[in-house]
Design a protein around this ligand. Sequence first.
Ligand code: FAD
Length: 313
Amino acid sequence: MHPSLLTDNDKAELRTICGKRVQFDQPLAPFTSWKIGGPADAWIVCEDEAQVAELMRFCLRRRLPWFVLGSGSNLLIGDGGIRGLVLRLTGDFLSIEVRTLNGEVIIEAGASASMAMMTAKGASQGALGIDSLVGIPGTVGGSLRMNAGTDREIGEFVRSVWVQSPSKPQPAAVTVQYYYRHTSLARDAIVSRVTLAFERGDPKTVREQAQRRLVRRKETQPIALPNAGSCFRNPPGDKAARLIEAVGAKGWREGGAEISPLHANFINNLGDARAVDVATLLSRVRRAVAERFEIEMELEVHLVGVFVAEHEQ
Ligand SMILES: Cc1cc2nc3c(=O)[nH]c(=O)nc-3n(C[C@H](O)[C@H](O)[C@H](O)COP(=O)(O)OP(=O)(O)OC[C@H]3O[C@@H](n4cnc5c(N)ncnc54)[C@H](O)[C@@H]3O)c2cc1C
């Protein structure tokens, strides 16, 4: 058992601040693409920036940790769950506005806007390069944090980013550096909105490019079973999937988790996988690649929360 960090006073104050928007001991598995993860001490739905600001002040005052969940498509949440507050952005944060201006397509998106919706709207206005972002099953905020992409990444198209944090609860514009699958965004920053800018091309051609990307994904990635996309980042000059396949790991199993026989860098949940199963497979694979190739692969998926062995649960 991993007791909640929240005192009765914390819970009472959260009920006053959030009303029905807060739930205690909420299992998180349904909110991740892996369908894995224990409970959040408090699960809180935020509909606008004012609600986020109020919770940031609460966390600062009570010295409580918090975590922001996007669509959970890059997360392994421990079976022991997440202590403190877990925030889910909805309402205003789902907004997407697209306009064309001086040969550009400008997209203003709330942090929880889906990448699928954002790319579809952008492609229909001829946003050149947006096909690189098609088929990524995350939110705009999570994708910004990850600098998600394929041959081109979201950071390349960012014009502005607004964030909120306990020390600065009101949204403030920040400058972000973008790297391969990570950014300089402060750990305690919640992205609240983003402006992206694309050169404008022919909408019909861009829509067709986007469609081809989707078809290719369906052919090369497992889509029937819960997973979190690529688990490891590609090491410089190589592909994680190639290395994992080369050590013969395709099809390795641990509990209810399996290295995908279709794409070696994906781990599937066969139905009843626990975080500890996936974590065990991740370390087996990493060790095998290090022994054979002397390459230390880095995780792309974020591990969060409390990881516990079965006998401790
Ligand atoms: C089938 C499949 C295919 C995928 N293909 C790709 C791909 O081609 N390219 C690629 O790059 N990724 C890919 N991914 C991984 C994943 O979709 C991306 O990393 C995505 O951008 C994560 O967004 P999310 O909203 O799900 O973030 P989450 O998984 O919810 O969170 C990821 C991290 O971002 C943080 N975060 C979330 N929202 C915010 C916010 N508003 N402000 C600050 N931090 C935030 C979280 O705290 C966490 O640390 C794939 C995943 C799957 C399941």
